[in-house]
Design a protein around this ligand. Sequence first.
Ligand code: FE2
Length: 224
Amino acid sequence: MHSHLLPGIDDGSPDPETSVRLIKGLQDLGYKKFITTPHVMEDLFRNNKRTIKDAHICLIDKLKELKMDLSIRYAAEYLLDGNVDSMLEKKIPMLTLKDKMVLVEVSFVSPPIYLKEVLFEMQMKGYQPVFAHPERYGFYHAKPAEYEEIRDMGCLFQCNLLSFSGYYGTPVRQAAEYLVKNGLVDLLGTDLHHDKHLQALRDLPYTPSLQKLVAEQGVMNRKL
Ligand SMILES: [Fe+2]
């Protein structure tokens, strides 16, 4: 439920051929259904429903040409920037993972001072925010209580599978394990952008934290 498989609109797959190769790789790993989530960032990837839909059509055409029959839907991964403020203000519908669930991310550089206000505003508009990879934000590592606060607001947490292997470094792995230990993980995603991610997913060890998620929380069984 979190990947960058649509061709040519963000820092994920650059073209339909690459998208197909990545999808086939994920299918080999057992993935059957995809909800792909291109970045929407006002300064970098100025995507909207039209650009995302067009890229989706382009990929579907390629899949049809190759007679590949699979379920691939689109949503988006929204950076909480001015664009989101404006969408909320103008009541422009946001793309959802399912029902009213919307995937959001924040800047890796600094903690957003207005985060709680935006999440609250989203909820006021009827959305269920899903915080993408909270474990990857270094500024929360020394302040894990922030995680509880954000999740207590009603925000769901989505961890990246590769965080558990140490792909993004030891502090990120430790933060992911902290979230599991404290029962704060709601969803898992690949956040797959390119071949390197695919290879790392192939090599992903079935860590004690992942085992715990499956055994105690059924996270990997949650279907969208
Ligand atoms: Fe992502």
